[in-house]
Design a protein around this ligand. Sequence first.
Ligand SMILES: Nc1nc2c(ncn2[C@@H]2O[C@H](COP(=O)(O)OP(=O)(O)OP(=O)(O)O)[C@@H](O)[C@H]2O)c(=O)[nH]1
Ligand SMILES: [Mg+2]
Length: 442
Amino acid sequence: MFESLAEKLEGIFKKLKGRGILDEESVNVALKEIRMALLEADVNFKVVKDFIEDVRGRAVGKDVLESITPGQQVVKIVHDRLVELMGSQSAHIKFGSRIPAPIMLIGLQGCGKTTTAAKLARLLAKEKRVYLVSADVYRPAAMEQLAVLGRQISAGVYNAGDLRDPVRICVQAMEQAKKEGYEVVLIDTAGRLHIDEPLMDELKRIKEKVNPAEILYVADAMTGQDAVNVGARFNEQIGIDGVIMTKMDGDARGGAALSLKAVVGKPIKFVGVGEKIDTLEVFHPERMANRILGMGDILSLVEKAQATIDEKTARQMQESLRKNEFTLEDFRNQLKQIKKMGSLKDMIGMIPGMGKLKALKEMQPDEKELVKITAIIDSMTRKERNNYLIIDGRRRKRIALGSGTTVQDVNRLLKNYIEIRKMMKKINSKGGVKSFMRNFPF
Ligand SMILES: Nc1nc2c(ncn2[C@@H]2O[C@H](COP(=O)(O)OP(=O)(O)OP(=O)(O)O)[C@@H](O)[C@H]2O)c(=O)[nH]1
Ligand SMILES: [Mg+2]
């Protein structure tokens, strides 16, 4: 998702960034292209119109035209505007003060309500006692589907027995949940092909009886602007508190995710990114905007790095970076950390600009390569590790022999190391990425 939009925007920004000075003309050309790119990504046309006008208003101001890097400034404006468009901050579920707190999921047929109910239950079950209830009395195996999913996680599942009235099922389930000490009741409702009177009526009646703390509209990202329009209808007639956008892992163009907040006025709270039960994520507008603009998902990366890099090594690394050293010893430590973090390719993809870095690509740092690199560095003396300049031809031969590799391998490693070192110095001298480096001193 968003790949094609991201690609187009990247091209547009590249042209902008290449210019020393931005005149109104080139801003206009860029805005026209951005407009096209958004429309092609299936963003609601009215949303696009407002978006472009707003960016224009901010972009043709004196600040941008006189700025040293005007192209970057425009990227920043577009970025900020995208974040706002998606709701600025992550919106969380409000449980209210009643216990148990009923949460109701609504949406069209096949949008992913039942799957999402189980995924959400799994997330919430980390902090609360969660009870799952199926109010779908129409589809034959609907209740069984939820029960099967519920068994995979630590959530209770209400057994409706012979009850066939959705409203009564919900009311009884609430009573049962209270008796058994559950804190949250997730109500999965039946879907319809289209919004119709009986469906709305049923949902309204459930809402009246249960008085949910939140009603979440489950939207299928693959259905594009339909998902937005249906969301608006649900909001008018039932009233929704937020959206869960499913199937974000598919090849939807992303327009629905970008339009929903602006059109319906309710934030996306979670996104579904797969069929498995652990594929529900809290929605972060900022991160999504970064992803769309190809700026890399730095925050997710930092979070991941924080969880794996051990503090001490990180501090040492930061220290040597500060002193502009970054020796081969540091390089080896860095590689060890990377190994702990899992797939290097994934990580690199998340770092802005890194995906394209030749040295890293050439190195093709798969598991085997990492072992080799580590072996080569291990075969060096401490002195060599601390000052690569002394590693001459004779030493290279010795290191190759000692590590069971070839002189070419050693040469390649040193070449890549030097390139990475250069780049790190550059990054380090730029203030803006300091905070990032603190957490992930690559
Ligand atoms: N790839 C992907 N598939 C999803 C996601 N969420 C749900 N699905 C799939 O979408 C299909 C429909 O999901 P359900 O949860 O049964 O949808 P529903 O809204 O409960 O459907 P009805 O009860 O018939 O209205 C299933 O095959 C799910 O595996 C997602 O985030 N990504
Ligand atoms: Mg269902």
